[in-house]
Ligand binder design. Structure first.
Ligand code: 3EB
Length: 325
């Protein structure tokens, strides 16, 4: 995956094929399938020049398709799929239906999801029933997973606020790699969060290790915040939360945690091994202090994007996700 400036037409490098494109831009648009793969837009830029595209490519030719409301493309080994739910007063039912379709599509084609992103407008606002939109979304997701008997062992994920446009969800899945979903012993698994955070707990892993059929290995790190146990730490202190989020990531990708998860082939990683990073900052004015802390911790050659966005708990000020490639 690479991050590029926004362009109408994207040309993959020689020998590569586009699998999916996500534009972080000023307007939410319907998902299109042009130049043979889905193109998704997330309303998270303030000006066109702030915008960028997240571009997923593969070495194999890609076939696109639609399944109900889901747009997808697949190359026989990797699959990218996405859906968009329009702005609504409640989301649980629509989330349940679309998630069910996404899971049905991936499993019927023989793929297993290894990384999921969700961008949700008005994330911390209350819905028509007085439930926070994030918690409303969690109810819909939990219902599908319960129906499939999935209690844990979900892949890495992100849920972040968008500046508008309902819910956009996209995921990556693989067919014959080896996937291990990682927890962080310093953090309570999300599916065990107590009821104070909402009627249905979230369900995602802290990271996913993927050894591909081509012999490559990746760690996809979930959106990670300043949480220890299940509690938000450093309330009101964006620098403290940012350092803790980075510590949490260092712990998840480090050798001790790899060993604890029986990933024998992996010697563990450090923050400087992250090659692509997205950093979400609740208050735009906090971006410089977050940037100073992250730039000192992350490699200068990494692709790093800073976005002004809402985060799942209203007391969280910063969240960091990334990929070790
Ligand atoms: C947290 O650790 C912060 O609901 O799928 C991060 C990543 C968060 C994914 C999700 C939520 C989710 O609880 C919030």
């Amino acid at each position: 995956m690479t991050l590029h400036g926004l362009k109408d037409e994207l040309t993959p490098d020689a020998g590569r094929h586009l699998l999916g494109v996500v534009d972080f831009t000023t307007k939410s648009r319907e998902i299109t399938i042009d130049s043979s793969c889905p193109r998704v837009s997330v309303q998270l830029a303030t000006t066109i020049s702030d915008g960028f595209s997240e571009v997923w490519t593969t070495a194999r030719p890609v076939t696109p398709g639609r399944y109900g409301e889901i747009s997808y493309a697949a190359d026989g080994e990797f699959l990218f799929c996405a859906f968009h739910l329009p702005e609504s007063h409640t989301y649980a039912d629509a989330t349940e239906a679309a998630y069910a379709d996404a899971l049905a599509l991936t499993s019927s084609l023989g793929y297993r999801p290894f990384r999921i992103w969700h961008y949700i407008g008005s994330l911390n606002d209350l819905n028509a029933d007085g439930l926070e939109v994030y918690r409303d979304f969690c109810v819909g997701r939990a219902r599908v997973l319960e129906r499939h008997g999935i209690t844990h062992d979900m892949p890495a994920a992100t849920v972040i606020g968008a500046h508008g446009g309902g819910i956009v969800c996209y995921l990556l899945a693989h067919r014959s790699g080896t996937q291990v979903n990682l927890e962080n012993p310093r953090q309570v698994p999300a599916y065990h969060y107590p009821r104070q955070y909402g009627p249905k707990a979230p369900n995602f892993a802290r990271a996913t290790h993927l050894a591909t059929c081509d012999g490559a290995a990746f760690v996809y790190v979930s959106g990670t915040a300043g949480i220890l146990g299940h509690a938000t730490m450093h309330e009101g202190d964006v620098a403290g939360q940012c350092r803790l989020a980075l510590d949490n990531i260092a712990h998840v990708i480090g050798s001790g945690n790899m060993f604890a998860h029986d990933i024998g082939s992996c010697e563990g990683h450090a923050l400087t091994d992250l090659s692509t990073v997205k950093i979400y900052v609740r208050h735009r004015a906090d971006i410089p202090v977050v940037r100073e802390i992250c730039d000192a911790a992350i490699s200068g050659t990494a692709d790093v994007a800073y976005l002004n966005a809402d985060i799942c708990r209203s007391d969280l000020l910063v969240e960091v996700e990334g990929i070790v490639a």
